[in-house]
Each structure stands twice: as C-alpha cells, then as structure tokens.
Design a binder for this molecule. Structure first.
Ligand SMILES: [Zn+2]
Length: 307
C-alpha cells in the first residue's frame, strides 16, 4: 500500500538555505529559510538539521529529503566540488546528513533540480525530453528524458556553461577570449550569463554596469547598451544551437535572472535557426513556470523519484 510522504526540498545557495515542504501531490505546505554558514562545516550542518527539525515538528513526522546545491557531486565518491559554499568542498554532504538525520538524502545540482521541476508539471510538462537552461550569475542546465534527469557518467550532463565559444563567433563579434573561474578559457558562461552581459558591455564601453542597468539603458535608446545585448543574444543563440545538435531537446525552458528578459523569447529562435543546417527545427524556448521556487521543488522531486 502506498504510504503518504512529505518531501523536503532544500535549495542551498551562497547566501541562504531554503527548505520547502511539499505533500505527496507536490503541493507546497510551508517553507523556511536561514542564512548560509559558508565557511564552517559544523555550523552549516547544524543550520540544515535545525530546518529539518522545524519541518518535522510542523508535519508531525519525518519527511524525505532532497537537496539541490551549486557545483558538481562526484558520482563515485559522493564528494562535492563547490564554489559558493566553501565549507562543502570535498565533503560528502549526503553521507554527513544521513549520519545526522538517520534518513537517506538525495543530493543534486541546482541547475538539474530546476530542469526536473520544469519537466514535472512545469513549463515542459508532457515533453518527451527537455533542457532546463539557467542564465543567472552563471550558466548551467539539466537534461530530462521522460521527466527524469539524465546525469551522465560524471554527473555533469547539462553543465553547458563551460563549453567554449567557437573562435569564429568571438571573431565575428570582436570579443576577447575571457578567462573563466573554472580554469578554462573562453567558456560561454563568461559571455552568455548575466555577468556575461556585463563583461561584454565592459569590453566595448569600459563601463562596469550590471545586466539590469544595461537592459534599462537599451530600453531608453542607448545604442551602446543595445549593441551589448545584441552581441549577448547572438553568442547565446550559437550556444543553444550547439545544445540542439547534441541533445535535440523537445523544449528548452529558461531559468535564472535572465529568464525575465522578454527579448530572449522573440530573438533567440530565429537566431538559433541560423546556426542549424536545413532540417532540424529549433525547439520552443519557454519561460519557467515555477521561477525561483524550482530549486526546492526540483530537490523534492529528486527524492520523490529516487527513494
Ligand atoms: Zn568555465
């Protein structure tokens, strides 16, 4: 007989830890948040355990726990490579939390959790395959087949931000090869993310503005700002065309701060098509259904599908 469960989805970021409690039908029951202790592992674990205990006493039982966080989890060792939360680097978070909480934990990448959420009852509901592409400070994604994540042998499937932009694209737009914090050079994240818009604008104008300021200036008729947005969307379109040729998703759903930019939904599809030979049609590029809630919701789905 099916036993009703509660699912706790954790979204762990560099500034806050959020826990959302969902019922068996993935309806949100309640959420809690607390600042992230980023440097001290003991404090970090205490903060997570405290939230779990609050949720347990609210539902009067023990919920199943899924965690989404930035970075990559090594599928062999379970160890975490993290930039946003240094305390977690080289730690096996699932094992540490299982030890503290006495229940099994599913841990996944935040971009993959976003994709999972949009594939299950979200913007890509019913699509046989989908790619969730997050364009925030960084760039990453996740690929779902039949509403389930494909993670690959390294667990990195969908981590498209660190594919390099082709030299021909950089030349065409007179862009420099930029260093990436990952250690590689010319990664598309450095051009196509929110911080990428800033980097493009700084390259052409010498001005340090954030993406919102550049979009506002372009709306007010500033030609330099408009040029920066044009270059950004062109580089992003090239990257999405590469994605289409590799994974051929039925639907792409955008997430992160840039998913709020209206012009992406009108300008990307025809630009993506210019990079494809005659035949493949670019997939629909859709707005997210759950926005910022996708992190916790995706983590809850992760444990719901894997317990
Ligand atoms: Zn990189």
């Amino acid at each position: 007989m099916h036993k009703a469960h509660h699912y706790y989805g954790f979204d762990i970021g560099g500034t806050k830890i959020e826990l959302a409690c969902y019922d068996d039908e993935l309806r949100l029951i309640r959420q809690w948040r607390t600042p992230t202790p980023t440097r001290d592992l003991g404090q970090f674990l205490d903060a997570v355990v405290e939230l779990v205990h609050q949720a347990d006493s609210h539902v009067g039982g023990q919920g199943l726990i899924g965690v989404g966080l930035p970075g990559i989890v090594d599928p062999v060792t379970g160890r975490h490579l993290s930039a946003n939360v240094p305390a977690l680097t080289n730690q096996n978070l699932a094992a540490l939390l299982t030890e503290r909480l006495g229940r099994s934990i599913a841990v996944g990448n935040d971009c993959q959790c976003f994709a999972l959420s949009e594939a299950n009852g979200g913007a890509a509901a019913g699509a046989p395959t989908m790619f969730g592409l997050i364009l925030g400070t960084g760039m990453g994604g996740g690929y779902c087949v039949g509403q389930r994540l494909l993670r690959g042998s390294n667990g990195t499937l969908g981590d498209v931000g660190h594919v390099s932009v082709p030299a021909v694209t950089l030349e065409r737009h007179r862009l420099p090869v930029l260093d990436c914090p990952c250690g590689l050079r010319g990664c598309i994240e450095r051009y196509a993310s929110g911080s990428g818009i800033s980097a493009i604008h700084a390259h052409f104008t010498g001005q340090q503005l954030d993406a919102v300021q550049i979009v506002d200036q372009a709306r007010d008729g500033n030609a330099e700002a408009q040029h920066s947005l044009d270059v950004h969307v062109a580089v992003l379109a090239q990257g999405i065309a590469t994605l289409v040729l590799h994974l051929d998703p039925h639907v792409i759903v955008l997430g992160g701060g840039l998913s709020k930019l209206d012009h992406l939904y009108t300008r990307l599809p025809p630009l993506v098509a210019t990079h494809l030979f005659a035949g493949p049609r670019p997939p629909p590029i859709l707005r997210p259904a759950f926005g910022d809630a996708s992190g916790t919701r995706g983590a809850a789905i992760l444990v719901r599908q894997n317990h």
